[in-house]
Design a protein around this ligand. Sequence first.
Ligand code: NAD
Ligand code: TDX
Length: 336
Amino acid sequence: MRKRIPKILITGGAGFIGSAFVRLLLKGQSPAGTVPSIVIVDKLTYAGDLKRLEEAEGKFKFYKTDICNKTSIQSIFQKEKPDVVLHFAAESHVDRSIDDATPFIDTNIKGTQILLDASRKYKVSKFIHISTDEIYGEIPNGKFSENSPIKPNSPYAASKAAADLLVQTYIRTYKFPAIIIRPSNNYGPWQYPEKLIPLSVLKILLGLNIPVYGKGLNVREWLYVDDCVRGIMTIMHKGKIGQIYNLGSTCESKNIDTVKLLLKTLGVSQDRFEFVKDRLGHDIRYSLNSGKITKELGWKPNIKLAGGLKLTVDWSLKHQAWLRSKLGDINKLYNK
Ligand code: NAD
Ligand code: TDX
């Protein structure tokens, strides 16, 4: 008898990391080797774009749906009966959350609850929740472990912290089969140019300088998106139900150093940046101890920051039209 192909439902699959996950999954790059049947649920907000999935066209089923719409979500689960849910969908940009927290509270908290309830009702066997390192808050020295206290500092981080805690309560209360993943800052192809690295590339393409908040001393741990996706796949196949996994690269860099490395990679002058007004409540440093996934599941990142920026710049130069197509929205966001 032929084995049934597992069905995986991916929320936010038209976003930056979710689409990278779909592309690599379809290339057979999952540790399981088999390609599951894929259902994507995405509202296609400003951040969602099906262009990211053009190479995968015809290989997934797509629902343009808001995860906050309980009736639609329940009927999709009833129809599709997914085995695994991978929850990427979120409002993901800190600066937007400082302007207006409302969609963050709706999508990141209420939307997560609606998915958790549908997953319980239709008995999914695994729910992978994509959280973030930002829920821990900032750490001037040392590293966050999975047991560090949660102390978010932006409305985005608070909404993600609430979602992460909600998943933890479902694990405890209902023995719900979830796993939580907390990745560090991702970068790479198809990232929306509101985030530091693609915004910087776009600015240079436009002949403008890169805006560096404050004095550029804030540190981020940069994880190339394909490494992140491989980490998520590893956890999806080998991770233990009920566990939390940090997912970082160890590639820490001050923003000013990241920007200068990017300028070098782009082959333009080192002075093509300017210091601008700092972000409100700007976290000084994120840093993860990712020893648990490495020791227990054998994952480690392959790509260092210089190599990842080279890959990102090469991709960006070939996809300038896509980056430039987001310019109107970016101007609305930053030129208020
Ligand atoms: P993104 O903003 O690029 O994509 C988010 C996707 O979710 C988009 O396709 C959007 O249309 C969809 N979406 C938003 N609201 C929705 C709703 N109400 N219903 C259905 N779909 C909706 O985000 P990303 O950078 O790909 O991040 C994916 C996940 O990873 C998020 O949960 C984010 O918090 C987390 N994360 C991101 C990073 C990073 O550096 N990008 C780091 C750590 C964790
Ligand atoms: O124009 C800019 N200038 C600048 O100096 C922008 C957009 C950002 N920055 C700084 C702020 C941060 O210190 O660069 C750093 C990175 O900023 P973002 O790209 O906005 O990412 P960050 O705020 O660190 O959050 C990211 O990582 C964790 C993602 O956006 C989140 O979704 C993820 O959870």
